[in-house]
Design a protein around this ligand. Structure first.
Ligand SMILES: [Cu+2]
Length: 336
């Protein structure tokens, strides 16, 4: 009898340990069912080399975004927080660490095969690299006009921060299958990211049981070959994303904690500089007010709007390369 009791106690302890381990390793994770499409964008404010003729750009558009809790199964539809129009840049995909994204891409263009290739998060290269068979050795991982394509990404360890996503196939497809001309019309080697097919994924820290969500605004600014900033913002109070356009004037209330995500897109290197503010270089003890930005590199930092003393005013941000600044690569951060 004593032996049976002892075994039962041991089994009970093992069950409790197992359940605890499962809870620790899946901290409130969710699965994001996201559908994006692609469309043409007309206008004269497109990214890419200004010396190249660019009558038209391409952009990703949000179709739907449903978040399902992995433990309770509860679903939340946040599709209405996005403008549904195709945009440059594409929508911010904000998730928590240990979430999964199941992203279905539709091709809203008249031809070609478009894809989403992501940096920084985990995925199976055989299914979710967003590249052509000539690169991944398996298949063309892109959406043509007849068939959607679905990618699965996982925000595992070491994924917290911001990462770019972009097309990796449209240009090659046009090059190989369609036009028979060099992709250099876009100055790209692979995808059509230089003419607008790019966006960012933001992975929030989700390791603690209590999540401090004090950031009021996310400003995502892309430094493009056209010597312009292309911006999009996410208001954390309303959850609404808003396109900011070219070299935007962005506005915060003094003392608000806000977060900037700067990304390089295209082939040029830039230097991001913001007046009146210093920020901690993530993962270090160094304070910065300038950061060199290579293509497809992301730099994310938090500041108090108005600086340490939260002083209202107009603070310029710009590329610190003299010729880029002279070409107009600047905008205003207004603190009211
Ligand atoms: Cu620059």
């Amino acid at each position: 009898l004593k032996k049976t009791k002892l075994s039962l106690i041991i089994i009970a302890i093992l069950v409790v340990v197992a359940i605890t381990l499962i809870i620790i390793h899946t901290p409130f994770s969710s699965t994001h069912y996201i559908t994006l499409t692609t469309d043409y964008i007309e206008g004269d404010a497109l990214p890419g080399d200004p010396s190249t003729v660019r009558p038209i750009g391409l952009g990703y558009a949000m179709v739907s975004h449903v978040i399902q809790d992995n433990i309770t199964g509860e679903k939340i539809d946040i599709s209405d927080t996005y403008s549904r129009a195709a945009s440059i840049p594409g929508p911010i995909l904000k998730i928590n660490q240990y979430d999964t994204i199941q992203l279905t891409l539709q091709n809203g263009l008249e031809d070609g095969c478009v894809s989403v290739h992501v940096h920084g998060v985990e995925y199976d290269v055989n299914t979710s690299d967003g590249t052509l068979k000539s690169i991944n050795g398996v298949n063309d991982q892109c959406a043509n006009t007849l068939n959607n394509y679905t990618y699965t990404w996982y925000a595992g360890d070491n994924t917290v921060g911001a990462w770019p996503y972009h097309d990796h196939t449209y240009c090659d497809y046009i090059l190989e299958e369609k036009l028979g001309v060099s992709c250099k019309v876009f100055r790209g080697i692979t995808g059509a990211e230089e003419i607008g097919l790019y966006g960012a994924i933001i992975v929030e820290d989700n390791t603690g049981l209590i999540k401090s969500d004090t950031v009021k605004m996310d400003y995502v600014l892309y430094m493009a070959d056209s010597f312009q900033f292309h911006g999009i913002q996410l208001n954390h109070t309303s959850g609404i994303q808003t396109q900011l356009g070219i070299n935007p004037e962005i506005t915060s209330n003094e003392g608000d904690k806000v977060r900037f995500t700067i990304l390089g897109v295209g082939e040029q290197t830039h230097t991001f500089h913001l007046h009146g503010h210093k920020w901690l270089d993530p993962g270090t003890a160094h304070y910065l007010d300038t950061k060199v930005m290579a293509p497809m590199f992301a730099h994310q930092f938090e500041i108090t709007a108005g600086g340490e003393e939260a002083t209202s005013g107009k603070y310029q941000y710009h590329c610190h390369f003299t010729d880029h600044l002279a070409a107009g690569m600047a905008g205003i951060f207004t603190v009211i």
